[in-house]
Design a protein around this ligand. Sequence first.
Ligand SMILES: *Cc1c(COP(=O)(O)O)cnc(C)c1O
Length: 228
Amino acid sequence: MSELRTRLAEVDENIASAARRFQRDAAEITRIVVTKFHPAQLITDLAALGVHDVGENRQQELSQKRAELADLGGVRWHFIGQAQSNKARQIRAAADVVHSVDREKIATALDAAGEPGGAQLDVLLQVNLTADEGRGGVEPADIEKLATRIACLETLRLRGVMAVAPLEEDPAPAFARLAGYSDIVRSVVADARWISAGMSHDFTEAIAHGATHLRIGSAITGTRPARG
Ligand SMILES: *Cc1c(COP(=O)(O)O)cnc(C)c1O
């Protein structure tokens, strides 16, 4: 727990100093701690340290931990993994924010899992920043069309964009492109300002390019256990 506290404090200091350096308001940057593959106890420990946002990338693991920690208040659960439309109901039941809406089919399925007139689900449009069309995320050319579709779905609220920097490229130019894609989404939904970008090794570059939501795992949690 004391190591966790130290790493969390270090990362938060680095976020604050990057925000100063790039003239960003630290108050508009949300640090999500990615807890995937770790036991649910880690989330209890993080909550005790004042963490309000956690991220999971697999639906089953998200659903299990959320059920296990049903009594834990004050935590917002972010789903950051590939979303399958046949799991939309479970994702919607367990997540407060879904970062990975990258095709119409998953948007429609998440919408169908909601209650018309009920609370809206915050969603982000995931963009593929790589040249490989097989990777997660919508192709840049299709952003406007998908954003327009999502904007029509009554039980979803489109909040912005999400992306993972390509492994084979310097993250800075990739995040610069993402800022442009954010502008496209905002031309469809004016207040969809969130930019979810930046992980343990590239959150400084993400902050430089306007990230509002950082998804940080190992730099805070330490080495992840093997994929369970
Ligand atoms: C695992 C994961 C992260 C966090 O990665 P770290 O390198 O551990 O910070 C961020 N985003 C997504 C989509 C992930 O799957």
